[in-house]
Design a binder for this molecule. Structure first.
Ligand SMILES: *[C@@H]1O[C@H](CO)[C@@H](O)[C@H](O)[C@H]1NC(C)=O
Ligand SMILES: *[C@@H]1O[C@H](CO)[C@@H](O)[C@H](O)[C@H]1NC(C)=O
Ligand SMILES: *[C@@H]1O[C@H](CO)[C@@H](O)[C@H](O)[C@H]1NC(C)=O
Ligand SMILES: *[C@@H]1O[C@H](CO)[C@@H](O)[C@H](O)[C@H]1NC(C)=O
Ligand SMILES: *[C@@H]1O[C@H](CO)[C@@H](O)[C@H](O)[C@H]1NC(C)=O
Length: 299
C-alpha cells in the first residue's frame, strides 16, 4: 500500500489563515494595550477610605501569615492606629501608584514624625516606619489629588493625624461599652460607629485559620473628595488577606461572619492562640541523613 499522501493545502488557504492570524493577534494586542493604558491613566476615584486598625489583631494576622513573623511593640497598643487613606473608585480597588514622579521624601514629614509614630506606625516587623509610609504614599498618597498640593506629602500624612484624632475609634467604642478583651456581635460594633458618625462604616475581620476565631481588625470610614464624611456603601472589599476570605453575608458593611461573635483582643500574645506547631520534618531529615551516608560510603 502506498504511504498516505498528506492532504494538499492550497496557497490561498495558507494566505487566508496567515491573514486571519495576524488580524486576530493585532486586535488582541490592541485590546490588551487599551486595558493596560487605561489602567495606567485612569486615576479617577470617588471616596477617600480612611482605615484605622486594631494593632493586636493586625499582629495576630501577621504572625499567622507566616512562621517567624513578628510584630513591633506597637502591636500591644491600646488605641486604634491609622493604616491608610486610600482614594478609591467605588466598586473597584484603587487607583494606585498614580504618579511615579512623586517619590517619598522622609524630609517631607520630618516635622510630624513623632505624631506619625504615635498614630500611624507600622505593626508588622519586616517594615521600618519609613518603608511603611513610603508604601502608603507611593501607592495611595500620590492618588490623593484633592489634598492641598503644596506641600502634598505633608498634607496627606497630616490628614491621617487629624482624622485619627477627630474620629477616635477607641473613644467611640469605649463610650458604647465595647472594650478590648471581650467578644462582640459585629453588628453591635458596626452600630456603635454608625451612631457616632451618622454614616455607614465598613468593618474588616481577621479569621484565624486554625482556631476559626474571628478578630475585629479594621474599621473604615469614608470621606468625599472635599473631606465630608460619607457612607462607605459600594466600596469593594480588599485587604492583604483578601485571598483567604469568603463573602460573609454581611453585605457591604463588613466581611466579618454574622454567625459568629468576634473578638476584640486585649493584646497580641505570641505565638498566636490558634497556631498549630507543625511536626518536625522527620522524613526530610532522614532523606538528608541517607544522602550524607551514601556520599560518605561512596567517596
Ligand atoms: C504583647 O503582650 C503580650 C502579653 O503581655 C506578650 O506575650 C507579647 O509578646 C506582646 N507582644 C509584642 C509584639 O510585644
Ligand atoms: C505628577 O506630579 C508632577 C510633579 O508634581 C506633576 O507635575 C504632574 O502633573 C503629575 N502628573 C499627574 C498625572 O498627575
Ligand atoms: C483616642 O482616645 C484614647 C483614649 O482616650 C487616647 O488614648 C488616644 O491617644 C486617642 N487617640 C488619638 C489619635 O487622639
Ligand atoms: C453594595 O452596595 C452597592 C451600591 O450601594 C449595591 O448596589 C449592592 O447591592 C450592595 N451589595 C450588597 C451585598 O448589599
Ligand atoms: C448579631 O446580631 C444580629 C442582629 O441583631 C443577629 O441577626 C445575629 O444573629 C447576631 N449574631 C450572633 C452571632 O449572635
Amino acid at each position: 500500500m502506498p504511504p498516505m499522501q498528506p492532504r494538499k493545502i492550497s496557497p490561498t488557504t495558507v494566505i487566508i489563515a496567515i491573514t486571519l492570524f495576524i488580524f486576530v493577534s493585532c486586535s488582541l494586542m490592541n485590546s490588551f494595550y487599551k486595558i493596560i493604558t487605561n489602567r495606567l491613566n485612569d486615576n479617577s476615584w470617588d471616596v477617600y477610605i480612611f482605615t484605622q486598625n486594631w494593632p493586636a489583631s493586625v499582629c495576630l494576622s501577621w504572625e499567622e501569615k507566616q512562621k517567624g513573623n513578628a510584630c513591633f511593640g506597637a502591636a500591644n497598643k491600646t488605641s486604634w492606629t491609622v493604616h491608610g487613606i486610600w482614594p478609591t473608585k467605588l466598586g473597584t480597588i484603587g487607583p494606585s501608584f498614580c504618579n511615579m514622579s512623586l517619590p517619598f521624601y522622609p524630609e517631607g514629614i520630618y516635622s510630624i514624625k513623632d505624631e506619625l509614630n504615635e498614630v500611624w506606625s507600622p505593626i508588622e516587623k519586616h517594615r521600618k516606619s519609613n518603608v511603611f509610609w513610603k508604601h502608603e504614599w507611593e501607592k495611595h498618597g500620590t492618588c490623593a489629588d484633592t489634598m492641598p498640593m503644596y506641600p502634598f506629602e505633608y498634607s496627606y500624612f497630616n490628614q491621617g493625624i487629624k482624622w485619627s484624632r477627630q474620629y477616635n475609634l477607641t473613644t467611640v467604642l469605649s463610650n458604647a461599652g465595647i472594650n478590648p478583651g471581650k467578644i462582640y456581635n459585629v453588628s453591635t460594633v458596626w452600630s456603635a460607629v454608625k451612631d457616632a458618625y451618622g454614616k455607614n462604616p465598613h468593618i474588616v475581620c481577621f479569621t484565624d485559620t486554625a482556631s476559626k476565631s474571628s478578630y475585629i481588625m479594621e474599621i473604615r470610614i469614608c470621606f468625599s473628595k472635599t473631606f465630608e464624611l460619607v457612607d462607605c456603601d459600594g466600596i469593594k472589599l480588599q485587604t492583604r488577606w483578601d485571598h483567604r476570605r469568603k463573602q460573609s453575608g454581611g453585605g457591604n458593611f463588613t466581611d466579618c461572619s454574622p454567625n459568629q461573635l468576634v473578638e476584640y483582643p486585649l493584646t497580641s500574645p505570641f505565638p498566636p492562640p490558634g497556631t498549630v506547631q507543625p511536626p518536625e520534618d522527620v522524613f526530610i531529615l532522614d532523606v538528608l541523613k541517607a544522602i550524607q551516608l551514601l556520599s560518605w560510603a561512596t567517596s
